[in-house]
Write a protein that binds this ligand. Structure first.
Ligand code: UT7
Length: 333
């Protein structure tokens, strides 16, 4: 899906993130299921992940990330006119987690809704809000990727339970002033023929939770990892190449690539195919694992706050997830 040049440029005015305190290490997982630190690190690059407390919901993590992004942007909650939360683990099926966030941070002037595009959700939210701002519908938007994946993880399945973690990341998008950065190009894609490769089969209208199926793990994540792996590399590479070409950039001009943090081997393969040196690829999955919609949002905030790129530099975000979905963005910071 391509786009025309926007009339009004849209910039990222602030970022924020939050991860729960509790750390779950590979060693702790190896005491629960038949796995090892060595297998997890070699096959995925993950060392540990964060697990939210029982009374810490997706909206709570989202609101903490949002407050940090607002502070960095120098905006008040009432300045926000649009809130989009990307998540596959909403507090409740309805109302949207974004409505809880609106209430928790006091952003009572904002329209708020959720989107479900799995690990690509934050970049889908970025494209939607960028377009709504550049069309003049809203001035300031808050986009959030937030997940409590620990609630949809099958802790008896070693092929998936080692992968996922909890957390939230946020960004404030607003109309850019002349000379400020902008979201230069975005790309989104979906292949609904491949829904079966990565899914939570139960808990929805197709398979409501019943007292009979509640113990059969139908409400947890299932993934055919090998198939997803191959498609992820190809789709992320293509999506990143599209936004880089549309922005008119060369690989050597890119200061930082922030890929979805699912697997170190996928990230390395993409860096290689894009001809971007490894030191310009931001990685934090060793600390957090795969946090789905929160993944790129947390990574972008950490990269921003640790000085991985400066104002005016070129960065590329690229994601892939259930759907199957994929997305990318080229941003002049
Ligand atoms: O976020 C959305 C997008 N998701 C992704 O992009 C994830 C894509 N997929 C992956 O990252 C990888 O496929 C995984 C990390 C999930 C799996 O890595 P893999 O190299 O594809 O391993 P595999 O599934 O082919 O399994 C290899 C072996 C199997 O044993 P056999 O059949 O060779 O004897 C598995 O049973 O590793 C075994 N295995 C494990 N062993 C120890 C699977 N999980 C584990 C484990 N510990 N946790």
């Amino acid at each position: 899906m391509s786009e025309k040049t926007s009339v009004i440029d849209v910039c990222i005015a602030g970022t924020g993130s939050y991860v729960p305190e509790k750390i779950l290490t590979n060693e702790e997982l190896a005491a629960r299921v038949d796995t090892s630190d060595e297998w997890i690190v070699t096959r995925t690059g993950i060392k540990e992940r964060r697990i939210a407390a029982d009374d810490e919901f997706t909206s709570h993590m989202a609101s903490k990330a949002a407050r940090r992004a607002l502070e960095q942007a120098g905006l008040e909650p009432l300045d926000i006119e649009l809130i989009i939360v990307a998540t596959i683990t909403p507090d409740t099926p309805t109302p949207a987690t974004a409505c809880h966030v609106q209430q928790q941070i006091g952003a009572f002037n904002a329209v708020a809704f959720d989107i479900s595009a799995a690990c690509s959700g934050f970049l889908y939210a970025m494209k939607i809000s960028k377009r709504l701002i550049s069309d003049g519908a809203f001035k300031n938007a808050l986009i959030i990727g937030a997940e409590k994946l620990s609630t949809v993880t099958n802790w008896e399945d070693r092929s998936t339970c080692v992968l996922f973690g909890d957390g939230a990341g946020a960004a404030i998008l607003r109309r850019a002033e002349p000379g400020e950065g902008s979201i230069v190009a975005t790309e989104m894609g979906t292949d609904g023929n491949l829904t079966h490769l990565l899914e939570i089969p139960g808990g929805g209208s197709a398979c409501p939770i019943t007292s009979e199926n509640v113990n059969q793990h139908t409400h947890t994540l299932n993934m055919q990892g090998k198939e997803v792996f191959k498609i992820a590399v190809n789709r992320m590479k293509e999506a990143a190449e599209k936004v880089i070409a549309r922005a008119g950039w060369k690989a050597e001009e890119i200061a930082c690539v922030i890929p979805h943090q699912a697997n170190r081997r996928i990230i390395d393969a993409i860096a290689d195919r894009l001809a971007v040196p490894n030191e310009r690829v931001f990685i934090n999955l060793h600390k957090y694992g795969n946090t789905s919609a929160a993944s790129i949002a947390i990574a972008m905030d950490e990269a921003n706050r640790t000085g991985a790129f400066k104002r005016g530099e070129y960065i590329v975000l690229v994601a892939f997830g259930a759907g199957l979905t994929w997305a990318a963005a080229a941003i002049r910071w």
